[in-house]
Design a protein around this ligand. Structure first.
Ligand code: FES
Length: 322
């Protein structure tokens, strides 16, 4: 018999009982629907103990790696503490600004050093909290071994957080962050698989992290990155990515400009160019990051081009006018 801990209460779970049944027997309700491991309504996240492998059936590998499991098909083999991910507010920690450099007039590379443990996967995102309650999300471009959190911050017209970070936050300044969040990251479960990375604007940040993570782990399949901007003065890290493509024979980089000043670049939107150049995506793992419209429409198109839904990972930016 295993004990399960949820919502600060511990319950004894009978040998042939699922976590969902155990909670119900103790009068605790967890959202559920099919009760057969299909709809994923009852998905929870282990914070202590390891859920049985078959309780993670059908979940994306990225979720499995983070300890997510389905309560309706989980018969725990050991004590297990878990949370409902929808209820979990992660604690805020302090981070110091250790570097601010510009990619161009609008986009800044901001590096933060967290003051306590902050485990993450490159490509996940964190939230920055300002003292007045303003919160914005930024994707992480760095690798854990680098010892800092790298964010790419685009200055948005009238954007309160982005202008504050660009103009007022100084080197050595302290920020409050929480995270990491999201399942848009690389895992090395299939090093031969081809990867397709499509991003617009600072959607390059998570893709930069995913790309470097994959290369540092010796990914053998092809990695295709299509990065797009409206104009040539907004696209960034072009030389660095070209050099990386020279160094790694399995990495292919295409910089796309959708506006008129496209000399020296591939003309067109990154998602359209990508699907034109790689029309069949059977067996590919796809990462989509950037503007929500691009991400949502490309999700459908990459699925129709043959990528499995479980292999499509998306990080759409939250649009904010202030
Ligand atoms: S209730 Fe549907 S997967 Fe558990």
């Amino acid at each position: 018999m295993a004990n399960i801990t949820y919502s600060e209460q511990t319950f004894d779970c009978h040998n042939d009982e699922t976590v969902l049944e155990c909670l119900a027997r103790h009068g605790v309700e967890l959202p559920s629907s099919c009760r057969a491991g299909v709809c994923q309504t009852c998905m929870v996240k282990a914070v202590e103990g390891t859920p049985p492998k078959d309780a993670q059936t059908g979940l994306k590998p990225q979720l499995q790696k983070q300890g997510y499991f389905l309560a309706c098909i989980c018969k725990p083999e050991q004590d297990l503490s878990f949370i409902d991910p929808d209820d979990s507010a992660l604690p805020q920690i302090a981070a110091t600004v250790v570097s601010k450099t510009r990619f161009n007039d609008n986009i800044m590379r901001l590096r933060l050093k967290p003051e306590s443990d902050f485990e993450f996967q490159p490509g996940q995102f964190l939230n920055i909290h300002r003292e007045d309650g303003l919160v914005r999300s930024y994707s992480i471009a760095s690798l854990p071994k680098q010892g800092y959190l790298e964010l790419h911050v685009e200055r948005v017209k009238n954007g309160k957080m982005s202008n504050w970070l660009h103009k007022q936050v100084a080197m050595g300044g302290k920020l409050n962050i929480d995270g990491p969040h999201g399942d848009c990251f690389y895992i090395d479960d299939n090093p031969e698989q081809n990867l397709l990375l499509i991003g617009t604007g600072t959607g390059l940040a998570p893709l930069w992290g995913i790309l470097h993570d994959a290369l540092s782990k010796g990914h053998k399949g092809e990695i295709h990155l299509f990065h797009g901007s409206r104009s040539s003065d907004k696209i960034y890290l072009v030389d660095e990515l070209k050099k990386l493509a020279e160094l790694h024979s399995n990495f292919f980089y295409t910089a796309c400009i959708s506006g008129q000043d496209n000399q020296g670049y591939t003309a067109g939107r990154a998602n359209e160019v990508a699907l034109r150049e790689i029309p069949k995506l059977d067996g590919y793992r796809v990462y989509l990051c950037g503007h929500p419209e691009m991400v949502n429409s490309t999700k459908k198109k990459t699925f129709l081009a043959g990528a499995s839904m479980n292999d499509i990972h998306a990080d759409a930016f939250t649009l904010s006018n202030s």
